[in-house]
Design a protein around this ligand. Sequence first.
Ligand SMILES: Nc1ncnc2c1ncn2[C@@H]1O[C@H](COP(=O)(O)OP(=O)(O)OP(=O)(O)O)[C@@H](O)[C@H]1O
Length: 576
Amino acid sequence: MDTTLPDDAWKDSFDRLLDPRPQLRERNIIKKNVRASFNIDSSVENSSPNLLSFTECSWQKPKTTDTADELGIKKRGNSISTPSEKRLSSNLFHCALSPITGMKLDGLQSADNHQLKGTENKQQRRPVKQVVFEVNTLSPEKSSDSIVENKRLRLMQPKNAFRQSRSSLVLQPGKWRKSLISWRRTNINEVPSGVLSPKQSFLPRAVTSEGLVACRITQRISAPIREISEPDKKINYETEVLKYCAQSKPYKFGTAYASGKMIDPCKIGEGVYGEVFKYAQKNSTKTDIVMKVLPIEGTALVNEEIQKTFEQILPEIIISQELSKLRTNQTNSTSGFVDIYNVCLVKGKYPKHLLSLWEEYDEEKESENDHPKMFTDDQLFIVLELKFAGQDMSAFTFLNAEQSYFSLQQIILILAVGEEAFQFEHRDLHWGNILIEKTDKKQIDFKLCGRDLSVASKGIKITIIDYTLSRITVADCCHYNDLSQDDDLFVATGDYQYDIYRMMRDELKNNWSTYSPKTNVQWLSYVNSKLIDGVNYKNVNTKLHKTYMQKLKAFKKIILTFGSAVDCVRHLHSFK
Ligand SMILES: Nc1ncnc2c1ncn2[C@@H]1O[C@H](COP(=O)(O)OP(=O)(O)OP(=O)(O)O)[C@@H](O)[C@H]1O
């Protein structure tokens, strides 16, 4: 009997995948970017071979209880793609299978680009705003790519049989809600009625006029952390909202925001929950107002989402106002949370001049949102008037790594102040929610536990926005978003960002009311990675850039050993 092994028996699966792609083998892209996964799910973008090895660096290992040794991390040869704590545990096969092979196959293009980015000074890196549906049905001529991907999905969702036929969810970095809604809508409608998992049927849902199902993506909950003295007292949320707006009834939309009151208005952005305009106010020093318009209480789906109610919008208003007020707090202060000038409840059709601005934006940038001409006379809106805070991090070009390094210091301090003041966890701090503007100030000041701290601005100021997923304790009430029923966000891949949602879920043991400032650290780890290998830089060939890039890389090795943003500050500022 011939016992000789076939010629390709020595090859590993990557080699087999590389065979039909000689150009990738030449450039050694796949092996360089994809490493052993330990069968743990991840998005590979920010892999670092040194992740688990604590080598000598300019940053000292922090004196926290979660030191690397205690977590059982010794130098490991094989790096993994995500600096998740889960990966640091001994139970390497605890969670779902890695999409790494699938991911890199899905993302061959992006791996390719990644390599090019360095040489082309990362000029062509604007993320495309779309969800990628990876249809997961095997064709008769099964490619090795689809076999691997199919196997991965099967192992990922062994209990939900119907999921095997669903498309995998690969999202672009940054804003994810719109993509997830589209995907969810498509996929829920793929599933025959009665096959929905109990969890999914639990999500708030609405049936559209076309008979399609829409789910609300997140569910905000406000829970008293102590017993309330009058538990039976019914809260009138409309009255509460009006109180925050300092109004007795809604204003007419067209009158409150008439074109005559606004100088140089334009639409600057959009989210699932609303449209964002910028203008200067007549007869006011406010030259840079951002107006976020959120439809509420209506029955029509907007951008495929169910409109928020008074009850759901109230915590968002409270959180925004409390965080904004931190700029004048005596003990814990920061101006890093977006400055809120005013909140207004308005009623009526969208004013014509705002409709025209919406259309201009659509013409230029192709809006993903529904045309606001859909709103009728009795539609209610909450308008948040915010201070303009610049461009988001994904679109910003840093001068060099020194500037980005100090911006990370600002972000750490902003979160630390939030933790101390309100047990605040942002929980969605992707680069679209970090705004950057130029400043003449030499330093940005903070107060933490009564102590003055400052960070060199290096010419920029950071502002954090979008508290939709945030957790906060205000006046003995804990506001949070319950994501425990919401599996889909946790199977998304496409960026290290999507690992962070899983890491948070593990950290919180899926109890989203828990206060665990470690989630802020997990997002800081993501931001750190983006600053190393994601954002645009103007000058990359200077000594200064290289020195600070090394500092960022050194910080990356230890960041996940901190327990909170305050813990990071203690380390960075020798703060006791
Ligand atoms: N204060 C501000 N200054 C400058 N730009 C802003 C400001 N607030 C919002 N924006 C812009 O508007 C966009 C949408 O805002 P935001 O993220 O708050 O909306 P959203 O409806 O919560 O979005 P999502 O789809 O993530 O739920 C932001 O990405 C940003 O570009």
